[in-house]
Design a binder for this molecule. Structure first.
Ligand code: UDP
Length: 453
């Protein structure tokens, strides 16, 4: 039963890869007796299904379609700052007047303005980082003047505390070409500049996964690892057995996928998905398609708008070997025993999900933190390989086929499977009772509850 005196409002950036971890964190707080309210934009509010969490709208200024309605990233973030600050303040004042005063705001790290709302209203603020701690540490180093932008090809490899040395193409794309997505980069850097304003800085990762970094940064920065934020069915069944995040922005075809997977032998299926945001070029889609065909393993490919993107004769050519769907519950698919390999863009959620569900990966990266995550998958965590791009930036079909073969039956295949199981167990332990992340969440909840005694 939630304690009405301890009320946390959790605010995601309204994209799938941000809603999922933040909602899961809200659910976890609710499971620990905190009253949790998820405040999100009107066009995402109806996709949230989380019985123990309240859901309320706040506005980004584009109530019909959000980002798509705006004239670009800069305009969108600016509008969310202005309208979001106002509507969040109104929501908190409404709660304060209704006997459920708000104690703390936990907000997505792209919404840097939320900390100012919290401070103006005299309540706690906790920023929630949705990248790995390693990637976040690079942005922090920039703020500290220890890494200068743009990182030039001549100055690599980059050596930073707690990280392996990084080549140019292994850096987050925002660092290698800072002008390409300058509004995102500016927001990220702003957030690291104002980290001290927060009472807590949470990161969706776990200490055991990034232990070198954790050791190197101890005492230097305030980041607290509270992940992975996966539904409890995959981690510690005793809570609620929940198998979904409870927030899908697109209709899922999971039953069809699971029925199909049920007909396949264990570890035989290649699951392919590039997340919610990646806009894969037609050329790259074509190479993936024929790469999957020549691989000759059963495959399940998530691709939105497939009728306009897939080569015309692909579906008839692969016949029963594969299915293509627009969207699914990725967790249920990854957790299915038939899935033996995850071809992924290496978004941070997908990376954590692959690791936490013990599925070896092939990285076909696009932008942002993905190249860095892919390096870690291959070299540090040893649970997969990265597909190499040609001079046009395309992963060719032969390369994809080679990578899939390496993961499925190659020399290191067994090692990757063993490592994947090891990370799955460590992830479970971190959020399980008394684990490293669970302990940090408990300390946070205790502090909030203690204040109210
Ligand atoms: N996802 C899903 N169904 C799909 C594909 C992806 O539910 O068919 C989820 C996936 O589980 C993950 C999120 O979408 O939680 C994607 O986040 P990620 O950080 O991997 O990539 P992004 O979409 O931010 O690029």
């Amino acid at each position: 039963m939630a304690d009405p005196r301890c009320h946390v409002i959790v605010i995601p950036y309204p994209a799938q890869g941000h809603i999922n971890p933040l909602l899961q964190f809200a659910k976890r707080l609710a499971s620990k007796g905190v009253k949790a309210t998820f405040a999100t934009t009107p066009y995402t509010v109806n996709s949230i299904h989380a019985p123990n969490v309240g859901v309320e709208p706040i506005s980004d200024g584009f109530d019909e379609g959000g980002f798509k309605q705006s004239s670009g990233v800069e305009a969108y973030l600016e509008s969310f700052k202005t309208v979001g600050s106002r509507t969040l303040t109104e929501l908190i004042l409404k709660f304060n007047a209704s006997g459920f005063p708000v104690t703390c705001i936990v907000y997505d790290s792209l919404l840097t303005w939320a900390v100012d709302v919290a401070k103006q209203l005299g309540i706690y603020a906790a920023v929630f980082l949705t990248n790995s701690a390693s990637v976040c540490s690079m942005y922090w180093q920039i703020d500290q003047g220890l890494l200068t932008l743009p990182v030039k090809q001549e100055t690599v490899p980059v050596s930073l505390p707690g990280l392996p040395s990084l080549d140019f193409y292994e850096l987050p794309s925002f660092l290698a070409s800072p002008t390409t997505h300058s509004a995102y980069l500016e927001t990220i850097l702003q957030k690291f500049h104002s980290l001290d304003k927060n009472d807590w800085v949470f990161c969706n990762s776990f200490e055991e996964l990034e232990i070198e970094l954790v050791r190197a940064m101890r005492g230097l920065w305030p980041v607290v690892m509270v992940g992975p934020t996966l539904p409890s069915a995959y981690l510690d069944q005793q809570i609620d057995g929940d198998t979904a995040y409870g927030a899908s922005l697109w209709e899922q075809t999971t039953d069809q996928c699971l029925r199909w997977l049920d007909t396949k032998p264990p570890d035989s299926v290649i699951y392919v998905s590039f997340g919610s945001m990646a806009d894969i070029s037609a050329k790259q889609v074509e190479e993936i398609a024929w790469g999957l065909e020549v691989s000759n393993w059963p495959f399940l490919w998530v691709i939105k708008d497939s009728e306009n993107k897939l080569p015309v004769d692909f579906i008839s050519s692969v016949g029963e070997t594969g299915i293509v769907v627009a969207w699914c519950n990725q967790l249920e698919v990854l957790a299915h025993q038939a899935v033996g390999c995850f071809v992924t863009h290496c978004g941070w959620n997908s990376t954590l999900e692959g690791l936490s569900l013990g599925v070896p990966m092939v990285g076909v990266t696009q932008w942002s933190d993905q190249p860095t995550n892919a390096k870690f998958i291959e070299e540090l965590w040893k649970v997969g390989v990265r597909a190499k791009k040609d001079e046009e930036g395309i992963v060719r079909r032969q390369e994809l086929e080679k990578c899939i073969r390496e993961v499925m039956v190659g020399e290191r295949s067994e090692e990757m499977k063993n490592k994947a199981s090891k990370w799955r167990d460590l992830a479970k332990a971190a959020v399980g009772l008394g684990g490293s992340s669970d302990t940090k969440i408990n300390q946070f909840v205790l502090k909030l509850l203690d204040e109210k005694k």
